[in-house]
Each structure stands twice: as structure tokens, then as C-alpha cells.
Design a protein around this ligand. Structure first.
Ligand SMILES: Cc1ncc(COP(=O)(O)O)c(C=O)c1O
Length: 365
């Protein structure tokens, strides 16, 4: 048997939560699971209807996606985020954004000797994608710490999972310039762009950030959180047509095409803003309740101006906080899952139902 590829990957951390989950489940009022940011509210009816209407789908879809689906991505980015200069050749629908993130170094042909840079506190899949191809990966928020080397790939994630931090336009501009000077590809994971509470996140595709050129830049978008669509696996990548074209050329060979019915559902979701406003209001209320509850229970909330998480600390090792909350039937993710700098924080998702959020508030009061 060849070398076990899984041995190259970082430990899958969620298994470590099992004892805490058991403890939380034993609470007489049941577990309040705030550990994983999975949407719990219904998929919008407008999207379900579009899926139902598209169930007759006998032929293979094409990897590049329907023109209507790509146009809906362009229109959404333009309408909501002022993105300009994006044509149909700069957009590619992808089955999930996690799958894209994990596969990107492979699909770009990276390997041993290449360098991938990702944020100090980050969604673990950036590291996984680099590890899969044997590339070196550095977690840093300061590009000066990269030294004279040119990374093949630089990941940004704003709004951030897990911290909810939003990078200011100046910071984004500096990273764009730095990457362009060196010839590094910048990929910005913007999955939480519409989940903002006390900030206005901008896309790297906005002309104020990239000077009106998409060269050397990609952004990654997901409908999972925006439209309660995690089960549909609807996402897309957009930006430099040369890079998108190369990804397409590779992906065509891999069978990575989004199912036709999902593409129709994606158009309906991207064209509709009403459900996004409704969902935004739901999350805003849950966030306010949880934030107030945690603060009155002695927590400090850092960053968290956007995303679906509160980045909370009691200034103690995160495992102690996870245990303290599990005793009260509330399960959260230890900050250490996202990088060493997170070892005194926990990530609290506010994606539970109103009833479960109220239960958590009662217990922590
Ligand atoms: C920062 C970030 N990127 C990407 C994803 C993946 O989303 P999906 O694969 O559902 O599109 C997540 C999911 O939690 C995330 O937090």
C-alpha cells in the first residue's frame, strides 16, 4: 500500500470534542450545540421551488456551469458588493467551497517546495489543502514574516472564521500589492461577506481594493450561510479569468461539475435578497442574546464584528472554558482548533434555533 495520505494531514480536531459533547448531552435540558456553524433554519422557499422545478435533469452538466448561474454570481457581486470588471469567464461554480479550498493547491499544480500562507487563526482546510500536496504552509498575518520568499498561494479570510474579524480596506490593498509585486496568487475566502453586524466587509474584487484589475486575485463564495444552503453544496470562485480558466481546464478532467438542479437553485438564491435580510435579522437577534449572556457571565468578546461566531474568552485555557460550558449543557469549539493563538478563546456559533439560544441564555444567566 502506498504511503497513507491521511498521515500527512493535521489531526481532525473535532473527535477531541466527543467527551465534552457527551457531558453536554447529559444536561437535563439537552445539549445546546454551538460548536459547528451549521445553518438550522429552513432553506428559503424560493430556492426549494427552483430546485423542484429543475428535477428533470437527464444529461451531464458541464464543469463551467450554466451561463445563467455564472451571470447570477456576477450580478450578486455587483449588486451587493460593488464588484466590477467580472465577466462570465471569471466565474466558476463549485461543489461546496470547502471542497474547492481543500483541492485548490492540487488543482493549481502546487507541490513540495511551494509555499502556502494562511491566517494565524484560520479555518483548518487551508492547511489541509497545502498538506495534501506536500507544500509548506505558514500561518501568519504579517507578510513581512514570510521573508524574501514568494508564496505560490496566499489565503485571506475576511470576515474570519473563527474570530469574526473584518480586514479593513487598507490592509486588503496592501496584501493585493504585495502579492502582485511577488507574483503570488491571492485567494480571499469571502464566505461570510453578508454576515456582518458591526462592520462593512469589502471584497478583494472591488475596484477600490484591486485598482480595477483582477489580475492575480480570486475570491471564494458560498451560499451555505447566506441562504441556508449548506446541504446543496453551492459555491463559486471568481476573479482573474486566466486563473479561473486554468482551474476549469483541470477540473473538467476531474468531474467536478455542479449538478444542474443545484445550479438552478443557486440562481434563485443569488437573485433574491429578501431571504437574506430575514435570515440576517434572525442571526442578529441570536447574536445579541448570546453576546449579552456571555458578557454577563464574565466573558470578553473579541473581534466578532461579522461571521456567525462570537470569539469569546475568560482569560483561561480554552479547554477549561469548553468544560465549564459543557457542564451547563452548552457545546462550543475550543479556539485551539484554529491555531495556537486561539488557545485562550472559544468559538461560539449562533446558528442554533431561537429555542436553543434561549436555553443557553437561561443556563448561563
Ligand atoms: C471560512 C470558511 N470557508 C469555507 C467554508 C465552507 O463552506 P461550504 O463548504 O459550505 O461552502 C466554511 C464553513 O464553515 C468557512 O467557515
Amino acid at each position: 500500500m502506498p504511503e497513507r495520505v491521511s498521515s500527512r494531514l493535521p489531526d481532525f480536531p473535532w473527535d477531541q470534542l466527543t467527551p465534552y459533547a457527551e457531558k453536554a448531552r447529559a444536561h437535563p435540558g439537552g445539549i445546546v450545540d454551538l460548536s459547528i456553524g451549521t445553518p438550522v433554519d429552513a432553506t428559503p422557499e424560493v430556492v426549494q421551488q427552483a430546485l423542484r422545478e429543475a428535477t428533470d435533469s437527464p444529461g451531464y452538466p458541464v464543469t463551467i456551469g450554466l451561463p445563467e448561474t455564472r451571470q447570477a454570481c456576477i450580478d450578486w457581486l455587483s449588486r451587493r458588493f460593488g464588484v466590477t470588471g467580472l465577466g462570465l469567464d471569471g466565474v466558476l461554480p463549485t461543489v461546496g467551497s470547502k471542497e474547492l479550498i481543500a483541492g485548490l493547491p492540487t488543482q493549481l499544480g502546487l507541490g513540495a517546495g511551494d509555499l502556502v500562507v494562511y491566517p494565524t487563526l484560520a479555518y483548518p482546510t487551508y492547511e489541509v489543502g497545502a498538506a495534501l500536496v506536500g507544500a509548506e504552509a505558514i500561518a501568519t498575518d504579517s507578510l513581512t514574516s514570510v521573508g524574501p520568499r514568494t508564496p505560490a498561494l496566499v489565503w485571506l479570510n475576511s470576515p474570519s472564521n473563527p474570530t469574526g474579524r473584518v480586514l479593513p480596506p487598507d490592509h486588503l490593498r496592501k496584501v493585493v500589492d504585495w502579492c502582485r509585486e511577488r507574483g503570488a496568487l491571492l485567494v480571499s475566502d469571502e464566505c461570510y461577506l453578508e454576515c456582518a453586524w458591526e462592520a462593512e466587509p469589502v471584497s478583494v474584487l472591488h475596484p477600490d481594493i484591486n485598482g480595477g484589475s483582477l489580475e492575480g486575485i480570486l475570491s471564494v463564495h458560498s451560499l451555505s450561510k447566506r441562504s441556508n444552503l449548506a446541504g446543496y453544496r453551492c459555491a463559486f470562485v471568481a476573479g482573474d479569468p486566466a486563473v479561473v480558466g486554468e482551474l476549469l481546464a483541470v477540473r473538467k478532467n476531474l468531474g467536478l461539475m455542479m449538478p444542474g438542479p443545484q445550479q438552478r437553485a443557486m440562481v434563485a438564491a443569488l437573485d433574491d435578497d429578501a431571504h437574506v435580510e430575514e435570515q440576517h435579522a434572525r442571526y442578529a437577534a441570536r447574536r445579541t442574546t448570546l453576546r449579552g449572556t456571555l458578557e454577563s457571565a464574565g466573558f470578553r468578546i473579541d473581534h466578532s464584528e461579522a461571521s456567525l461566531y462570537l470569539w469569546a474568552t475568560r482569560d483561561e485555557p480554552c479547554r477549561d472554558t469548553v468544560a465549564w460550558l459543557a457542564d451547563r449543557g452548552v457545546l462550543v469549539a475550543p479556539g485551539s482548533f484554529y491555531g495556537r493563538a486561539g488557545d485562550r478563546h472559544v468559538r461560539v456559533a449562533f446558528t442554533a434555533t431561537d429555542e436553543r439560544i434561549a436555553a443557553a441564555a437561561d443556563r448561563l444567566r
